[in-house]
Write a protein that binds this ligand. Structure first.
Ligand code: 0RA
Length: 635
């Protein structure tokens, strides 16, 4: 960065600082390019350009007031008490600087790139653009003890720069009448002009602006020492604020940041952001920094100073919030549809740092205000969470109610809910055997993935979000909790079929607990069963027997002492082929089923809590002990 590229203008400013690019014919050819349109907006843009020029001069530290008159003849006069536009001859062009400023695009040292410039104007082409689009324009400069005047028509000088009466004041006067051959309308609106004047007065504290409509005698005067803090109060008129505005004005790395915040009892959020006094309706990096810092400061205060432990988001901070953000950036990059979005990435961090520090400090130093604001935010947070939960529940229940059955369900042909059975089978391979071995007329099979085991550490409400559990609920058709309806049950028997090992016991516990907590009636009305696959297959000659317990095995061996036999121990359902599975576990003629009663389920629930606990050895012990303790009730 060179010396000139700072926030101060060179003290000695004269004609040679002015760089000249081109004449004004492009402006008259394509006015829309320079002022947006030739409609009412474009017309008023002429006035705004002049206001911006005078504001820039005052912001540079010269002068303090602007007077604006809408004349009876349809013209407008803008007066300021700045230094006055330089009038010296430019050495290269041999013309007064004043004339160059008015007749050349981009002419105007205060706007050339290497000098710091903060202006909402059209990159400094403002005055010459106004001149180009005016039927008549007169400029008067008071400077160096003298008065200087020059007149133009459609951008061309019709008089030289003329020296007038001596004066000890300084400043610039521009009087213009818009060219009605360019504009669709040349009628200036008082309201449009005063609202921009008011906005500029808020954004440039200290500047005094008088606006008078000579056509009607109406007059408004704006002067706000409070800057954006005054703006926020003005904006909140008619609402009920809950505290005096928070306000910060600081500079960092050449960027000036001014922010005012005031919460009201209204439900709406209003956020106005400005870059170099341009209203950035599309937001940008300054707004991002603002949102981030507001949320962070409020979150830190709520958690560290109010003893909460919550994670708020900007959404929670919006209700009743009115904020004005004004930043002044040396070289703004505007993006977006209407070029009304700030793109400079560095601004995000600058704004957020300044706001976070000052806002957190404010909260600490103003405890009663802080409590009011924080209370509002915590309330919003709770409301948002409750709404989200309700929505999630509704969504979940809807999904569970849905008519579409899970893809993994191999349903039975019969739709008679008093004679059908659903086998809930652990693992895809056992599921495959069960599907092949079943009687598809009345037996349905729903295989569960081992994934269900991973939920052991989850809370039960999390388990409800488990895909496997969801497929059970839709298969049964009953829904859960308050929405449970036994009349919608699609099967008579719900049969849990798991391996006779620790994992099998675990998954069974989980399922029983789930039924107990969310479908209690299903158990109470005796619809839930546990399949009893055999532990052993024993072959004596050509005779095959299946045994379910160790005890049965030793009795069998005692009874057939000395005989030659082949023994197979089943480690899982998957080791049986479909016909064996049918024969031993699924065929109602030969199988053993264990009916689950409410006590079993209560025990499962207790077990579940232990399984959820952190004591690994206790957990292990319980699983092993309870793996096969279900009472055998023949059905
Ligand atoms: C160029 C250079 C200087 C001031 C201005 C332009 C200037 C322009 C306008 C437009 C409306 N009011 C204005 N006031 C000043 C700096 C002159 C110096 O260094 O003395």
């Amino acid at each position: 960065m060179n010396d000139e590229n700072t926030s101060k203008k060179p003290a000695n400013y004269s004609a040679e600082h002015i760089t000249v690019l081109e004449g004004l014919s492009p402006v008259r050819k394509r006015p829309g390019m320079y002022i947006g349109s030739t409609g009412p907006r474009g017309l008023h843009q002429l006035v705004f350009e002049l206001l911006d020029n005078s504001i820039d001069e005052i912001q540079a530290g010269y002068g303090d007031f602007i007077e604006l008159f809408i004349q009876k003849d349809g013209g407008v006069t803008v007066i300021d008490n700045g230094r006055g536009i330089p009038v010296e001859l430019h050495p290269k062009y041999n013309k007064p600087a004043l004339e160059l400023v008015l007749t050349k695009l981009h002419a105007g040292g205060k706007f050339s790139k290497d000098l710091y410039k903060i202006s909402g104007g059209l990159h400094g082409v403002g005055l010459s653009v106004v001149n180009a689009l005016s039927k008549e324009l007169e400029v008067r400069v008071r400077r160096d003890g003298k008065t200087w005047t020059q007149k133009y028509e459609k951008g061309l000088p019709v008089t030289p720069v003329e020296k007038g009466l001596p004066t000890d004041e300084t400043g610039t006067v521009v009087i213009f009448i818009p060219d009605e051959t360019i504009f669709e309308t040349v009628n200036f609106e008082f309201d449009t002009i005063i609202s921009r004047a008011r906005e500029l007065a808020f954004l440039n504290p200290g500047v005094k602006i008088l606006v008078r409509d000579e056509r009607t005698g109406e007059e408004e005067f704006f002067h706000f020492e409070g800057g954006v803090a005054s703006f926020v109060k003005y904006f909140n008129e008619g609402k009920t604020p809950i505290h005096e505005p928070f306000f910060v004005s600081r500079e960092k790395e050449g960027v000036i940041v001014e922010i005012a915040i005031q919460y009201t009892k209204s439900y709406n959020e209003s956020l106005l952001s400005y870059v170099n006094t341009i209203h950035t309706i599309e937001g940008g990096t300054h707004e991002l920094g603002f949102r981030f810092a507001l949320t962070k400061a409020m979150g830190k205060f709520i958690n560290e100073n109010l003893g909460k432990d919550i994670k708020i988001s900007y959404e929670d901070c919006r209700e009743g919030l009115t904020s004005i953000i004004s930043v002044k950036v040396p070289e703004p990059q505007f993006e977006g549809q209407t070029k009304a979005k700030l793109g400079n990435t560095e601004v995000r961090g600058i704004v957020s740092e300044i706001l976070f520090d000052s806002l957190f400090d404010y909260l600490l130093k103003n405890p009663s205000e802080a409590k009011e604001i924080a209370g509002k935010i915590i309330f919003s947070y709770n409301t948002r969470l409750a709404a989200r939960n309700a929505k999630e529940l509704a969504r979940r229940k809807n999904a569970l109610d849905s008519f579409s059955l899970p893809g993994k369900l191999a349903d039975c042909s019969s739709k008679n809910p008093t004679s059908t059975e659903l086998f809930i089978v652990e693992g895809d391979s056992a599921g495959g055997s069960a599907k092949q071995g079943r009687d598809r007329e009345f037996q349905a099979v729903l295989p569960l993935r081992g994934k269900i085991l991973n939920v052991e550490k989850s809370r039960l409400d999390k388990i409800l979000q488990n895909k496997e559990i969801a497929s059970i609920i839709t298969s049964l058709g009953t829904n859960i909790d308050d929405s449970f309806d036994i009349k919608k049950l699609r099967y008579d028997k719900i049969i849990i079929m798991t391996d006779a090992d620790v994992d099998g016991a675990h998954i069974r516990t989980l399922l029983l607990t789930f039924f107990y907590r969310h479908m209690k009636v299903l158990i109470e009305s005796g619809h839930v069963y546990i399949a009893q696959p055999p532990l052993f297959k024993i072959k004596l000659g050509s005779k095959i027997s299946y045994l379910h317990t160790e005890q049965a095995l030793s009795e069998f061996l005692k009874a057939h002492q000395g005989a030659k036999y082949e023994l197979q121990r089943y480690k899982g359902l998957g080791e049986m082929n479909p016909s064996q599975l049918w024969e031993t576990t699924m065929n109602p003629e030969t199988r053993t089923l264990c009916s689950v009663n409410i006590e079993d389920a209560i025990e499962s629930d207790r077990l579940f809590n232990i399984l959820m606990g952190d004591d690994v050895s206790l957990r292990r012990e319980f699983i092993v002990k309870n793996a096969l303790t279900a009472k055998n009730i023949d059905v």
